[in-house]
Each structure stands twice: as C-alpha cells, then as structure tokens.
Design a protein around this ligand. Structure first.
Ligand code: CA
Length: 247
C-alpha cells in the first residue's frame, strides 16, 4: 500500500500577546512537518522557535533526500533535534540577549509506505483523527503531566492547575535534547494535527475534532481552528498544521 497526503498550516499571534513565538514548517513533497513554540525575553522566543524549526526541517529533508527510511529515520530525527540544539547554543553564545531562550519542537516524517515517525520535546502536540476519534500521539513534557503519571495528581486536578504550563523538558541551551520518538501506521482517511498549546488550551478536544473533521478545503480548516481559538479568548499564540492522508 502506498499513501499520499495534503497539508495546510496557519499561525496567529492571538488576541493578547504582542508577538508570535510559534513557528511551523511544511515540506509536503518530502512529508516533513514541524511545529515549535518558543520562549524567552526580548523576542528571543521567536528566534528559538524559528531557528529550531528551520534547522531540524533542513536535516530531515536531507535525510529523506538521502533515502533514509524506516527505523533509520529515528536516528535522523534525533540528529535533527541535536542540530537544532547546536544552533541554539551557537546563537546564545553569539548574542547574550538570547541567553535562556528555548522552544518546544514536534517534528514528523510521513513515509509513503504508510508510517508516521515523529520526535517531540515540550507541550506542542501531534494528534491523529481516525474514525471520528481524536487521539494525542505525543505526551506533554509538563510538570503536571509528570505528577499525573506518578500518581501524585489526578487528571482532573491537572487541568486547572496553576503550574499547568511549566515545562519539564524543552529544547534550550541548558541540556542536550532527549526527544521522545514514536512510530505508528497511518491509513487513508486519517487526519493529523500538529499544534501549539495555544490551540488545545483554548478549545476542548471534541471541538478540535469537530472542526478537523470538516469538509472544507484544508486551508479553511486550518483558519477555522485558529479563529475558534481566538474566539475562545486567544490568550496565546496559536499554530496548527493539518495533514490529510489519502490512499
Ligand atoms: Ca504557547
């Protein structure tokens, strides 16, 4: 079986923030898609997310062009994250104003044979919509998620917890990156969504699923998700990449 895909993305500053620290990259021909959500003062968050997304996207594109496939793509993903980390280190060393900047990074590579491979650090998410059910494929690297996993906090208490936005893992100059890696089969009809927390913190998952399942052209669906997050308050930057898998 061989699959194909179409994709569309959108990013918006939201209704409260003055700058957009999110970034996304789409390389539809190679099947490489990334979302990054930066943090840091004096616009350093914007630098971090763009630099990480550009660097990792470039490495992954080169791996695909070199014919890297299957499990070997895990190594390519790891090297992409490491290259992004090196780029951040280099930038921080050369420009003190960017010290302490960091970013989430969620990167995926689609294989025509029908496999999705992804690497992930932080609290941006990759979801899969299949048969009407929206399932997160990534695991948030947040303090509250760690407490929930350890059984010290209930999922309900985690939702409105004041520390819900504190990241337990992020791509920054502080520590060499350890991305989670995942591989899963994808089927014709699946829809994938990469997004920053500015989407899922504003919209309940059933609402995200309903919009994502819509019949509109993909760019309109991406715009609808952003519009809905803004209509719900838009307290953060919001970024989405939608991928529809065909047979
Ligand atoms: Ca954010």
């Amino acid at each position: 079986m061989s699959i194909g895909w179409e994709a569309a993305g959108a990013s918006d500053v939201g209704r409260v923030r003055s700058g957009n620290e999110d970034a996304f990259r789409m390389d539809v021909d190679r099947g490489v898609f990334l979302v990054a959500d930066g943090m840091g003062g004096h616009a350093a968050g914007e630098v971090a997310s763009r630099l990480a997304a550009d660097t990792a996207a470039e490495r992954l594109a080169a791996a695909v062009d070199d014919g890297v496939r299957g499990a070997a793509l895990d190594g390519a993903l790891r090297r992409g994250f490491l290259a992004a980390y090196d780029a951040l280190l280099h930038c921080c060393a050369g420009d003190p104003a960017t010290r302490g900047m960091g970013t989430t990074l969620t990167a995926c590579v689609l294989e025509p044979s029908g496999t999705l491979r992804a690497g992930h650090i932080g609290d941006s998410r990759l979801y899969r919509l299949r048969a009407g059910r929206l399932k997160p494929l990534t695991h948030d690297h947040t303090w509250v998620q760690r407490e929930v996993d350890a059984g010290r906090l209930s999922p309900a208490a985690a939702e409105d917890h004041p520390h819900s936005h504190i990241l337990s893992r992020v791509l920054s100059e502080d520590i060499s990156p350890e991305p989670d890696l995942l591989a899963t089969p994808i089927l014709p009809g699946d829809r994938l969504l990469l997004c920053s927390d500015g989407l899922y913190n504003m919209l309940p998952e059933p609402e995200i699923a309903a919009i994502l399942a819509g019949p509109a052209p993909l760019p309109a669906l991406a715009a609808s998700l952003v519009d809905a997050a803004n209509a719900a308050g838009g307290v953060d930057n919001v970024t989405v990449v939608i991928i529809v898998i065909s047979g």
